[in-house]
Write a protein that binds this ligand. Structure first.
Ligand SMILES: [Zn+2]
Length: 243
């Protein structure tokens, strides 16, 4: 397959805990995968051996790179925005970062968070959802960001969603899914990618039982398509996508 997939995250570890199965399956199918992460995760409660935000950022960038290698993400980039503060950043500037990259990478499919902000309802995840949604539509708009390269229209936008919640957390209102992926064949790889985030080891211990119970499937919502269609259930993020 000669598809390109673009995934947009807020923090190192988003790529594995939320999207790891879909990414590993796409990598195994030969998809060219690009990942953009807006922050280096320096606001994390778990800090490993880091003595400063700068050190934590460096550690987490290296962990992200290791996790991307395990999952099969060939191209990955961590931007310099402030962890925990995306809602206060300049929306237009951040959306422009994505418009520029969508026009350069030319992805067939774009994956990101839904508006609820995933299982942990992190406001940065909600912002990444809004930014990616805007950039998905604006990348092909003849009146938007004309200085950022030739227009390009990705074919599908998906949000990751869920059929379960984390115990003792605020309960989100996720989007109904339209795609169910059986990720049992890559579940251990997803766990290994998570384990590459050594600074986040306590989080992994905490969430391991719930992911072991619920982690054999991942759920996604088709949020936008250049092909008008009724909502329907699918098992393939690339269904109907032209190469
Ligand atoms: Zn996150």
């Amino acid at each position: 397959m000669s598809y390109r997939l673009l995934c947009v995250f807020a923090h190192p570890d988003d790529e594995c805990f939320a999207f790891g199965g879909a990414i590993a399956l796409a990598a195994d199918a030969g998809v060219d995968i690009h990942a953009i992460c807006f922050t280096s995760g320096t606001a994390g409660s778990y800090r490993g051996t880091a003595n400063s935000d700068t050190e934590l950022g460096e550690l987490r960038r290296a962990e992200f790179a290791a996790s991307c290698d395990i999952l099969g993400i060939q191209h990955h980039e961590v931007l310099e925005y402030q962890d925990g503060k995306l809602e206060h950043a300049n929306f237009s500037k951040l959306a422009g970062e994505l418009v520029q990259r969508i026009r350069a990478i030319k992805p067939h499919v774009v994956l990101t968070f839904g508006g609820e902000g995933a299982l942990n309802t992190h406001p940065d995840h909600t912002m990444v959802s809004a930014l990616t949604t805007s950039a998905f539509h604006w990348a092909s708009h003849p009146k938007r960001y004309l200085e950022l390269g030739p227009l390009f229209a990705p074919q599908r936008l998906y949000y990751v969603t869920t059929n379960f919640f984390l115990p003792e957390r605020h309960i989100p209102a996720p989007a109904p899914w339209t795609v169910t992926l059986d990720v049992s064949g890559v579940f251990e790889r997803k766990q290994r990618a998570f384990a590459a985030h050594t600074t986040q080891a306590p989080l992994m211990v905490q969430t391991e039982p719930v992911f072991r119970e619920h982690g054999q499937q991942e759920y996604y919502t088709l949020a936008a398509s250049i092909l008008p269609q009724p909502a329907h259930q699918s098992t393939d993020l690339f269904e109907g996508v032209a190469e």
